[in-house]
Design a protein around this ligand. Structure first.
Ligand code: 5AD
Ligand code: SF4
Length: 409
């Protein structure tokens, strides 16, 4: 958005008044892609009424589906992958000038040496000024891509090889944000706790980086997502414990509680390892809120496997969990090696059951908060305030505690 605004573009409220319409897309599950294809279908008439309108698909779906998007939706003008966004403005201008469909994607993981492939994923952050829509909060990318290749996951193919930004750059960007009034920064990476930067000679790990941004004037909250269970090291836990501006909030996806499923997912740890990691977190940071992701109905998941996931959720005191039905992704190892053999009905049932188990845990956790005073960073009017059009002093607000608990008041 910042890059587009710098080039003179403005956000508008309705697609009717837009002369450029961009879909920023996700490929993690099929459902999200289906929604984009049907939204694109609905835009066909816009193009008929106003042929000058530029329609673009950017992000992971662009990298993954590329030509297929033009085939399925011939009225699309732009397909730009996540590693090519630095060229977006130039490509929009070309499409507007009538140069025909514009395609910009990065190299496939096997289409060159590691350095060549990594180099084809240019990191937009380098060019983006530290300016964000909401002044108080900002995301700062620490890492791009992923090298883990969990068998179900499309991310390593669409986001390219793991690349860590130099620590100096992250510190500079964070300082600029703080100078502009930002008080909460979230460091981003698919496996952000694997962060390591050796570009300056010394080795900078995530814990070191947290120390480096901790004392930036004006900053009050530092978060980081997402964590990989295997790399939840003691130095990181100690940094979260010792640095008071680092929020005691850890998102560490478990994905499953069954060793057989974890092995097929190629997650690289067992359920016992995950539980022991949780024990270390609780021991070092007793007030930490931990959250997780789970996939239900992965290839070959039996009732007994699922029971083990239920057990993990019942006994882990997660603040909340994000639960997903397995969605087979062409191009992944799982799609190649295993049959997607859990029926949709069973996936749905397991999803509901796991959600109910987590909700019971969350309720208990929430009840423990009753009567406590918490510090809330306000994010804006609450949902019902917006629905009812409330204004002024009596407006209901929503925000989050340091532990990422949502508070409406
Ligand atoms: N199907 C369902 N869920 C998936 N996730 C990643 N890939 C898939 C898939 N193919 C989930 C994981 C991950 C979260 C971001 O999305 O739980 O942690
Ligand atoms: Fe996907 Fe996360 Fe595994 Fe990387 S670590 S392959 S992003 S699930």
């Amino acid at each position: 958005v910042a890059t587009l605004e710098d080039a003179g573009f403005q956000r508008v409220d309705s697609r009717r008044s837009a002369d450029v319409i961009l879909f920023n897309t996700c490929s993690v599950r099929q459902h999200a892609e289906d929604k984009v294809y049907s939204a694109l279908g609905r835009l066909k008439h816009v193009k008929e009424h106003r042929p000058g309108t530029v329609i673009g698909v950017i992000g992971c779906m662009a990298q993954k589906d590329r030509q297929r998007i033009f085939r399925q939706a011939p009225h699309v003008d732009l397909v730009v992958g996540p590693g090519q966004l630095s060229r977006l403005v130039e490509l929009i201008e070309r499409a507007k000038a009538g140069d025909g469909p514009q395609l910009a994607i990065s190299l496939d993981r096997h289409a060159g040496t590691r350095a060549e492939v990594a180099g084809s994923f240019t990191r937009l952050d380098f060019n983006v000024p530290a300016r964000r829509p909401s002044g108080a909060q900002a995301m700062v990318r620490a890492m791009f891509g992923c090298d883990n290749f969990c068998t179900y996951c499309i991310v390593p193919s669409v986001r390219g090889p793991e690349q860590c930004r130099p620590a100096d750059e992250i510190v500079t960007e964070t300082r600029r944000l703080a100078d502009a009034g930002c008080i909460e920064v979230t460091l981003l990476g698919q496996t952000v706790n694997s962060y390591v930067d050796r570009s300056g000679g010394a080795t900078v790990r995530l814990s070191d980086l947290l120390y480096r941004i901790h004392d930036i004037d004006g900053l009050q909250r530092i978060r980081f997502v997402t964590n990989y269970p295997k790399h939840m090291t003691d130095d990181l836990l100690a940094a979260v414990r010792d640095l008071d501006r680092v929020c005691p909030y850890l998102h560490v996806p478990a994905q499953s509680g069954s060793d057989a499923v974890l092995r097929r997912m190629k997650r690289g740890y067992t359920a016992a390892f995950y539980r022991d990691m949780l024990r270390r977190i609780r021991e070092t940071i007793p007030n930490a809120a931990v959250t997780s992701d789970f996939i239900v109905g992965f290839c070959g998941e039996t009732d007994a496997d699922f029971e083990q996931t239920l057990d993990l959720v019942r006994h882990s005191r997660f603040k909340n969990s994000f639960i997903f039905k397995y969605s087979t992704r062409p191009g992944t190892k799982a799609a190649e090696l295993y049959a997607d053999d859990v029926s949709e009905a069973v996936k749905r049932r397991r999803n509901n059951e796991l959600l109910a188990a987590q909700n019971a845990v969350s309720l208990e956790d929430n009840l423990r908060q009753v009567g406590r005073q918490v510090e809330v960073l306000v994010e804006g009017p609450s949902k019902s305030a917006r629905k009812q059009g409330q204004e002024g002093d009596r407006q209901e607000l929503v925000g989050r505690t340091t532990c990422d608990r949502i508070v409406v008041f």
